[in-house]
Design a protein around this ligand. Structure first.
Ligand SMILES: Cc1ncc(COP(=O)(O)O)c(C=O)c1O
Length: 424
């Protein structure tokens, strides 16, 4: 089929009528399909079930630095768990704080801590009047949610294929002392699956912020989440900031949410000595220690980094065909029509698609009508406001494969319908 933009109005009308028939036929099936949230499906969750039997009543509950993992204590986590995360992140174990089950929770707490206590000898963020965060977009909606919760103003920074537009980042960060932070998902970004180029990482490490207390929130949620034979590589941010003397500028986060269980994994952050000292001031009051049995379970189950990497191959086996199916379907159905463009990630959890400008909300609404729930249009932008109303995040991991195929068929029909509605 030729490009919609090159078609006569009569041909477009005929195409629309045919699409509408298919749409109504799907609608009549009363489907309930969901491609909204990036969570693992049950096949993926089952991969880690053996971890549940690693601990038994006969287990030796001592662990290097801990006489009994069932008891209170060890605020920064078991040494063995800190070592495992240090190896995943490529940092020294002393830099790692192992927390509860959610890295998002640790990000929230980190911002709360900066709000209350401040850093680098500056006043707490809450006492500095209006403060701002840079938000590369499309981005992770929950980052924007946390920022909004604290009343921090969000400034959108465009994403390029190499990561955030660093010309914009450098200009803003070096000129405005009210800018206190930036959200980054440096590998297989949510939702575009973009990995920051070496140059981008180096430019981050070399930032010269106007605010001494500016911090980079380096959310490495998909650090080892490759899905094919051509994985991306990411420079180690802490290696780079060591070279530029900017060690205090970065908080790095990750978790096993997409390695073992999102509801019962282990999260960790890495930070400089000075930053850890500030966080501990808060954490000391917040808890006597996180779930060390879960840390022990993870450490015993994986053994070491190689064990984690081998485990990720099992996830890849489940995810690769799903992503291929989504991408093949987009190519086949939309490839020639000039109505959308999309990313082809080598890892992570999402495919990001830009439909005809002004059509994203309409596509999401049409899909809903036909029984397919998508992430809300605009969710990938600060304040839920996609200025072009064009970006939609597809999450291929959760639905069973047959449902995913059907949801994608419906999605493609809706993208085409919305595009034709715009054209005629
Ligand atoms: C970029 C990113 N960061 C963090 C999270 C949540 O991580 P956690 O489960 O460790 O809180 C997600 C979940 O989708 C994510 O996409």
């Amino acid at each position: 089929m030729s490009k919609y933009t090159a078609m006569e109005k009569s041909a477009l009308n005929a195409e629309y009528a045919s699409l509408k028939d298919s749409f109504e036929a799907y609608k009549a099936q009363g489907l309930k399909l969901n491609m909204a949230r990036g969570k693992p499906g049950s096949e993926q969750l089952n991969i880690s079930n053996d971890m549940l039997t690693v601990l038994t009543p006969d287990t030796d509950f001592t662990s290097d630095d801990c006489p009994d993992c069932r008891n209170y204590g060890n605020l920064t986590g078991l040494d063995s768990a800190r070592k495992l995360f240090a190896d995943i992140l490529g940092v020294a174990p002393e830099m790692v704080f192992v927390g509860g089950n959610s890295s998002l929770n640790m990000m929230f707490d980190t911002i709360a801590c900066m709000m209350e206590l401040g850093n680098s000898g500056e006043k707490p963020w809450k006492d500095q009047g209006k403060i701002k965060f840079l938000c590369p977009a499309p981005g992770y909606d929950r980052h924007f949610g946390v920022t909004g919760y604290f009343g921090i103003e969000m400034i959108t920074v465009p994403m390029t294929k190499n990561g955030p537009d660093m010309d914009v980042v450098e200009q803003l960060v070096s000129s405005d002392p009210a800018i206190k932070g930036i959200w980054c998902v440096p590998k297989y970004s949510n939702p575009q699956g973009i990995t920051y180029s070496d140059e981008t990482v180096k430019r981050f490490a070399s930032l010269k912020p106007a605010a001494k207390d500016f911090r980079i929130m380096w959310d490495n949620a998909y650090i080892i989440h490759d899905i094919n034979d051509t994985p991306d590589t990411l420079l180690n941010i802490f290696d780079e900031v060591k070279k530029t003397g900017n060690e205090d500028m970065v908080f790095e986060f990750c978790s096993t949410s997409k390695i073992t269980f999102p509801g019962a994994g282990v999260a960790a952050l890495a930070a400089s000595e000075a930053n850890l000292a500030i966080l501990k001031k808060r954490y000391n009051f917040q808890t006597i220690g996180y779930d060390k049995l879960n840390m022990l379970r993870h450490v015993k189950y994986f053994g070491n980094l190689e064990g984690v990497i081998a485990h990720m191959q099992k996830h890849r086996a489940v995810l690769e065909p799903r992503f291929n199916m989504v991408l093949d379907m987009l190519d086949k159905e939309l490839g020639d029509l000039d109505v959308a463009s999309w990313t082809k990630p080598n890892g992570g959890y999402f495919v990001s698609i830009d439909v005809t400008e002004g059509c994203a909300k309409r596509v999401v609404a049409l899909c809903k009508e036909a029984g397919v729930v998508l992430t809300g249009a605009g969710a990938t932008f600060p304040y839920g406001n996609d200025p072009k109303d064009s970006n939609i995040r597809l999450a291929p991991t959760y639905p069973p494969v047959e449902e995913l195929a059907k949801a994608m068929e419906i999605f493609c029909i809706c993208v085409k319908m919305a595009a034709i509605e715009k054209l005629i």
